[in-house]
Design a protein around this ligand. Structure first.
Ligand code: FES
Ligand code: FES
Length: 502
């Protein structure tokens, strides 16, 4: 038995656990956000004896006799000031990082009421924000310090604002204080937990899934495979090419492919059950380069061929005009994959509802999620209700179904309330990235420097699934000439399937 002193009260814990798990799961102090569980992002920052501490690292057994403060434990005045100052500075966007930033601010201002900008920067150096660019958070902390130092009053916005006025976002306060709900903040009675077993290889034929041992484990509700899907196994944002799970006899397309889905009473049993699942594979050579994938005889990622989309924009005869132009420049350009690294990993909570399902989601397209889940469940759309909770960043990385359809499936099959949540690693492995592109561009102009023509060849790696690969390629091609006045163009683009992340 451990005694943990949190926000001025003593609590007893029967089992040792990470401080973050105790604060969130036992005390339901959900301002302590779980962005990575690995001490890397700072969203779980609390004060331990006045010092900023990432709550996902220490065990509660090491904290006896220490005083822990979370945003919920701030005084009313502090809550009022931080809500106002962060809101006024425009520091609150998705909000997922903000409670952690507030605890950094408090840790600083408590000992240094008049910090310099540099001292504020140092105070938040271990906390990541993917939305604001930090400047406004720093401004918000400096404004908080000033209001407290000078004992200024905090004014609410008047009802009438003029164009150009700075107004407080209506959701700033709940995000600063951590009372706003992201799906992972939902705790419901009898809620179970589910998670997918992912492919061990980017390209491998699934020969068998051995789930007997996992199913026999106490607390396991079920292990589900593609055969259990009542509707379409394939979903997809625009093109339905994405297997919800890879069936026995089928071939995986990337490391993020789900092979089976495990549901259990607790996250701990779930992890244990997943480790007991054994999958037999016939490992195949993956194709990891779009240029290789376009070659004759390359392994087919999809039976329809490896070219997902082809765009060819032509106006005039670019070859001829470039040939006759006084100056021409040909260069090769490359842009890499970009992981969005939104601070909130994907999470969904689903439950049976009116012969269908109700899903709490965090995504960029509520109706797309409804459409894909109804397709997979074989239900009419009105039987699938999707409600978006707060979205802790997306930047294009939360357009596709990731956790929502898995949660919907388990809720539908088990008739239980279920949470499906990605770890940071699973999030990075599974969700689509910004497409890497390879571009050869020739630009020509006359003797006065006036642009005459351009020619471009663009190749993008769309990875294992289409996702938004088609429209993104189209955008790349239609925008390749930039804002310049080219009357003559020849732009050829291809988006190519590989066994890389979508
Ligand atoms: S640092 Fe603790 S959740 Fe990221
Ligand atoms: S507001 Fe900081 S991560 Fe979104």
């Amino acid at each position: 038995m451990f005694t943990v002193h949190v926000n001025g009260m003593d609590y007893q814990a029967e089992q040792d656990n990470k401080l973050m798990r105790f604060l969130r799961d036992d005390l339901r102090l959900t301002s302590v956000k779980d962005g990575c569980s690995q001490g890397a992002c700072g969203t779980c920052t609390v004060l331990v004896d006045g010092k900023t501490t990432r709550a996902c690292i220490p065990m509660i057994s090491k904290l006896e006799g220490k005083s822990i403060v979370t945003v919920e434990g701030l005084s009313d005045r502090e809550k009022e000031v931080y809500s106002y100052a962060f809101g006024k500075a425009g520091a609150v966007q998705c909000g997922f990082c903000i409670p952690g930033m507030v605890m950094c601010a408090k840790g600083l201002i408590d000992v240094n009421p008049d910090p310099t900008r540099l001292e504020v920067i140092a105070a938040i150096r271990n906390n990541i924000c993917r939305c604001t660019g930090y400047k406004k958070i720093i401004d918000g902390i400096l404004l908080s310090a000033k209001i407290m130092r000078e004992n200024l009053s905090v004014e609410e916005d008047e009802g009438v604002v003029a164009v150009g006025d700075t107004i407080l976002r209506i959701d700033a306060k709940e995000k600063v204080l951590g009372t706003g709900e992201y799906p992972d903040d939902i705790y419901l009675d009898d809620m179970i937990h589910a998670s997918a077993v992912r492919s061990e290889y980017p390209r491998a034929k699934v020969l068998a899934i051995h789930s007997g041992e996992a199913k026999a484990l106490d607390g396991v509700i079920g292990v589900f495979t593609a055969e259990d899907i009542p509707g379409s196994v394939k979903v997809g944002h625009l093109k339905h090419d994405w297997d919800t799970m890879i069936a026995v006899g089928k071939t995986t397309r990337y490391l993020g492919d789900a092979v089976c889905l495990v549901a259990a009473e607790t996250p701990e049993i779930l992890e244990k059950a997943k480790s007991l699942i054994k999958v037999d594979y016939e490992v195949l050579e993956p194709v990891l380069d779009p240029f290789e994938a376009m070659k004759e005889g390359a392994p087919l990622v999809h039976s329809t061929g490896n070219v997902l989309a082809h765009e060819h924009l032509v106006r005039g005869d670019a070859d001829e005009v470039i040939e006759k132009s006084k100056y021409k420049v040909t260069k090769h350009y490359e842009t890499p994959w970009t992981e969005h690294a939104f601070l909130e990993p994907e999470c969904a909570v689903a439950m049976p509802f009116d012969e269908g399902v109700f899903i709490y989601s965090t995504d960029q397209g509520t109706y797309d999620i409804q459409h894909e889940c109804s397709l997979m469940l074989g239900l009419p759309p009105e039987k699938v209700i999707v409600e978006n909770k707060l979205v802790g960043g997306g930047f294009g990385g939360k357009e596709d179904a990731s956790v929502q359809h898995l949660a919907a499936l388990v809720a539908y099959l088990t008739k239980r309330i279920v949470k499906v949540k990605f770890s940071r690693q699973e999030s990075i492995t599974v969700h689509p990235k910004r497409h890497p592109m390879w571009m050869d561009i020739t630009t020509a102009c006359d003797e006065n420097g006036y642009l005459t023509a351009m020619k471009a060849v663009v190749v993008s790696d769309t990875g294992a699934y289409a996702s938004l690969g088609g429209p993104v390629l189209q955008r790349a091609c239609t925008h390749a000439a930039g804002p310049y006045n080219f009357q003559i163009i020849d732009i050829d683009g291809k988006a190519v399937y590989t066994n890389n992340p979508p």
